[in-house]
Ligand binder design. Structure first.
Ligand SMILES: Cc1cc2nc3c(=O)[nH]c(=O)nc-3n(C[C@H](O)[C@H](O)[C@H](O)COP(=O)(O)OP(=O)(O)OC[C@H]3O[C@@H](n4cnc5c(N)ncnc54)[C@H](O)[C@@H]3O)c2cc1C
Length: 341
């Protein structure tokens, strides 16, 4: 271990069936800022199987100075106890100052378990991360008390400082072909697998999760739709646009649509190219889930709706007139062989 390696900023990359997940690159843009401010290096850690040097090099091109990877068929699927043993060994060997993971099911499971094992603190679901002048401590900001205040949390006495960050809450850095760095493959040790561990048989994709987080276009409905049956028009509009369907919490709480569709603080964070909100007021908890969308369109009868203020395009109008009009135009375009757009 060199002096430069100790005290580094680390991000946990994720893979599924040998392919790196997008969150791996989002975390690097967060990590890069912190490492630069601390004057230290940024490394990405990848535990898994079947990820080649070409893919690992993408982590370097998009922000990392180094990659540490442990790969083996026994690490192909995430098993908390096994992954923790790998991570614990790496932490003990290399002594990073900060470790960031995504608030995915992997990050949300692995990080608390690791925090206990390496005896340090963890701040989950951070929205902002910064470095404190003077001390170099990680400033971990997250909503608290029902989203009503933002709390900034520090871990001054223990290392590494662990934090999770919501997927889609930051954009990856563009690849820089001039960046270079070192990829270190650490051998797999059979003792990483606990004697009476979990055996993963396979994965089945949940139908209801609808790829909301990956969709380029999302159409969401809120309480302004008045009743559950009216969501049918939102589904039809989304289908014509090739969009996924989202919803506000009020629409979900009323049973108009199921929870996997919920967008916002206690639902999903999304970052589509276009987000269309229909009959949604724009409460701070809803905005928390959409603010990195490229273009926001709001359809709301109230000209003073908070979402209109944030939107790139605000349509002040009754959803029950605007949706049929949009649908009519989309149907006409489809009939004449036009594209979505
Ligand atoms: C801890 C916590 C977590 C939360 N998490 C989430 C979350 O993840 N996601 C979330 O969405 N909320 C969340 N909330 C709830 C949030 O505070 C709001 O209550 C919720 O977002 C409001 O939903 P809405 O916009 O559909 O309803 P409303 O705020 O009631 O807005 C309905 C809108 O419809 C408009 N409207 C009415 N009629 C029409 C019409 N005919 N045509 C067009 N527009 C019309 C109205 O002008 C109004 O702006 C959370 C709250 C708390 C306390």
């Amino acid at each position: 271990m060199t002096e430069k390696e100790a005290g580094a900023v680390w991000t946990l990359a994720e893979q599924f069936e040998g392919k790196l997940k997008g969150v791996s690159f989002e975390l690097l843009s967060r990590g890069r800022k912190l490492a630069d401010k601390l004057g230290t290096s940024l490394a990405s850690v990848l535990i898994g199987d079947g990820v080649g040097d070409g893919d690992l090099d993408r982590l370097i091109k998009q922000g990392a100075d180094a990659v540490y990877t442990v790969q083996d068929p026994k690490l192909a699927y995430f098993v908390c106890e096994t992954y923790e043993r790998v991570l614990e060994k790496l932490i003990k060997d290399y002594k990073p100052a900060i470790l960031l993971a995504a608030a995915t099911s992997t990050g949300r499971t692995l990080m608390p378990y690791t925090a206990v094992k390496v005896h340090t603190g963890l701040t989950a679901d951070c929205t902002e991360l910064d470095i404190e002048e003077g001390t170099g401590n990680l400033l971990q900001t997250r909503p608290a008390i029902g989203g009503n205040i933002m709390a900034t949390i520090k871990t001054p006495n223990h290392r590494p400082q662990l934090a999770t960050v919501r997927p889609k809450s930051s954009r990856p850095l563009p690849p820089d072909p001039n960046r270079s760095g070192k990829i270190t493959r650490i051998p797999f040790d059979p003792s990483f697998v606990p004697a009476q561990g979990v055996e993963v048989k396979g994965y089945r994709r949940e139908e209801s999760s609808l790829h909301l987080e990956e969709a380029d276009l999302v159409v969401s409905g809120g309480k302004g739709l008045k009743k559950g049956e009216n969501f049918a028009a939102v589904h039809k509009l989304a289908e014509s646009l090739g969009a996924a369907v989202g919803a506000s919490r009020d629409a979900v709480d009323r049973g108009w649509i199921s929870y996997p569709h919920q967008v916002g603080l206690s639902g999903k964070t999304i970052s589509p190219k276009v987000y269309i909100a229909i009959g949604i007021s724009g409460a701070i908890q809803h905005l928390a889930g959409i603010k990195t969308s490229e273009t926001i369109v709001s359809i709301n009868i109230d000209p003073d709706a908070a979402l209109h203020k944030l939107a790139d395009l605000g349509i002040v109008g009754d959803a029950f007139q605007v949706i049929p009009e949009l649908q009519k135009r989309l149907d006409a375009r489809a009939k004449h062989g036009g594209n979505h757009g």
